[in-house]
Write a protein that binds this ligand. Sequence first.
Ligand code: FES
Length: 273
Amino acid sequence: MTTTSARPGTGVARERARRAEIPAKTLRTDRWWLPPLVTVIGLTTWLAYAVTRTFIHKWYFVEEYNWLTPFYSPCVTDRCPPEAAHFGTWLPSAWFLPEAAFSLPFLLLFRLTCYYYRKAYYRSFWLSPPACAVPDGHRTYGGETRFPLIFQNAHRYAFYAAVVISLINTYDAAVAMSSPEGFGFGLGNVILWVNVIMLWAYTLSCHSCRHIIGGRLKHFSRHPVRYRLWTGVSRLNTRHMELAWITLGTLALTDFYIMAVAAGWFGDLRFVN
Ligand code: FES
């Protein structure tokens, strides 16, 4: 991201001096405000749901089928039933501690510093700027080269944590293929696997992942395997925005389905056992 503060003598200041003074804030007549508005509504709704679910501390595990919602994985507090605590219960059960206190901070960091989400919340929440050819809501823009936004550069490290957490989610989906009779499979398992596949697609489509796989190479011809991987990741990368939204949807749907079955609102549609 570039720094464009309007210090005297900088390109931005010179550019402003050359521009015609137009009293209207913008000459755009289309509904440029719609995408930022939809983003604010979408992200706020999702956050409200996620925070509520995280601190409810119940209806997160279906013992009969070994289903654990991704919002509570890995389950590491004293409250977790032994069947759900595959990684130990080494945290006390205080109300303010989420069951997934180990993974949630990293997931939050991964999403908050994601290149797509940055663009989304800079434009919609901070109006910086809200759309092309619409003035910035702020007088200056300091960029991401100084405090506090310099911490956005932690994204590449959050990526490694997200890979580990995606592996844990994959493990959860695998151990969830069970029933009181042994092996079992139902609609809930389809939802869990779709969520895991989408999470991998989002994680691997990350710009940092693309750089890790194909960056710092002078000749792709000497690294054919990395070139093929980079080509695949680049293809996924073009869908990063869609995957960012799809995974918010699959996460919420997976959690809601498991909550509904755990609370007894309805039963699972079983295909096998
Ligand atoms: S850029 Fe979005 S997850 Fe890395």
